[in-house]
Design a protein around this ligand. Structure first.
Ligand SMILES: NC(=O)c1ccc[n+]([C@@H]2O[C@H](COP(=O)([O-])OP(=O)(O)OC[C@H]3O[C@@H](n4cnc5c(N)ncnc54)[C@H](OP(=O)(O)O)[C@@H]3O)[C@@H](O)[C@H]2O)c1
Length: 324
């Protein structure tokens, strides 16, 4: 089968699209013909091997799994002996640890959900990582009707889902993003847009009940000034932090503790993939209440280009790789 692989850590230049052996499903796994996959920062971390703290899991000197990619959608072609929920021919979506930028992949059934017929493979492929993270972030913030919610990094992968999910709960949504994403975030349900290159997030005073921070590059002291007393900051992540060991992962651990000192609730999200949340996101997409933002689609041969676009740091919505 054709797959996008790398045998060493590095930039998008280490990626190669070539023929490799198809995987075989273990007892609890499903073999899936991948129809579409997507890209996100997690995949970029696996490509670069940074921060170093992830190396014990993904491979100390070289990647344990050569095929890149996590979230995907496709058609089941075979199932392991212990699989109970899926049969060949079923359309599924979710994530895999075996690499999804390939014509075939395997995944444990707990990481998959049935793809509703109303949802395209491209749409389904965007949800496994970013949609799940956004749902858990909005839930963790306790977002409810009538609240004012700020989503920082609103035009990116997680943010574009978080804007929609907060608006679905009848909250007023302020999207923080670069000017080029104004129309995108408005179309997703934001009723107010802050262009962070012109205005800082605290410029309008303490008016947000919940902040979902997907950019992660502002100090807690600044974010605090935008929250109402008793408000909640949900920390999702961020890039561009110095240091090879943690590259900002430490803030996910430290921020909730630091919240005590600034007298605001601070929650860090560590996304749990698969399970009921995937089913819930499928139901919302099927009902037309959640529509993944997919401004760009690449072919498998263009996977290195797709990664370069993401690595620039300003991707719009979800970047999809159409496989077959
Ligand atoms: N905790 C978890 O379990 C979990 C799960 C998934 C992802 N994450 C992390 O969460 C972060 C966001 O993920 P993602 O997939 O949404 O990334 P993404 O698709 O790369 O989007 C990031 C967005 O942030 C915007 N941005 C960049 N600098 C900004 C700034 N100074 N202020 C406001 N916005 C800025 C970018 O576009 P513009 O500048 O053009 O607006 C971009 O749209 C990443 O660090 C990722 O690793 C964590």
């Amino acid at each position: 089968m054709k797959a996008c692989i790398r045998s060493v850590y590095g930039s998008a230049d280490v990626l190669q699209v070539r023929d490799v052996e198809s995987p075989t499903p273990a007892g609890d796994e499903v073999l899936v013909q991948v129809r579409a996959s997507s890209n996100d920062r997690g995949v970029w971390h696996m490509m670069t091997g940074f921060p170093l703290v992830v190396r014990p899991v993904i491979g100390l000197r070289a990647p344990k799994v050569q095929v890149l990619g996590r979230a995907f959608a496709g058609v089941v072609t075979a199932v392991g002996s212990a699989v109970t929920r899926f049969s060949p021919g079923d359309q599924v979506f979710g994530t895999t640890n075996a690499g999804s930028w390939a014509e075939y992949t395997v995944a444990p059934e707990r990481l998959l959900a049935p793809l509703p017929p109303e949802v395209s493979f491209e749409q389904g492929a965007t949800v496994g990582c970013s949609g799940t993270t956004a749902l858990q972030a909005v839930r963790s913030g306790g977002v409810r009707a009538g609240q004012r919610v700020m989503v920082i990094g609103a035009g990116g992968g997680v943010g574009s889902f978080a804007v929609q999910l907060a608006a679905l709960r009848s909250a007023g949504v302020t999207a923080v993003c670069g000017a080029s994403k104004h129309d995108l975030v408005t179309s997703l349900g934001a009723d107010e847009v802050v262009d962070y290159t012109r205005e800082e997030v605290d410029a309008r005073g303490p008016r947000y009940d919940v902040i979902v921070d997907c950019a992660g590059n502002r100090p807690l002291s600044l974010l605090r000034k935008a929250l109402v007393p008793g408000g909640t900051l949900v920390s999702v992540g961020g890039e561009d932090h110095p240091g090879r060991l943690m590259q900002g992962f430490q803030w996910q651990l430290v921020r909730p503790i630091a919240g005590v000192f600034v007298r605001r609730r601070v929650r860090s999200v560590v996304a749990r993939e698969g399970g009921e949340d995937l089913v819930e996101l499928g139901r919302l997409m099927a009902a037309g209440e959640l529509t993944p933002a997919i401004p760009r689609t690449y072919s498998l041969a263009e996977a290195p280009e797709c990664m370069r676009y993401l690595a620039e740091g300003h991707p719009a919505g979800k970047v999809v790789i159409a496989i077959s």
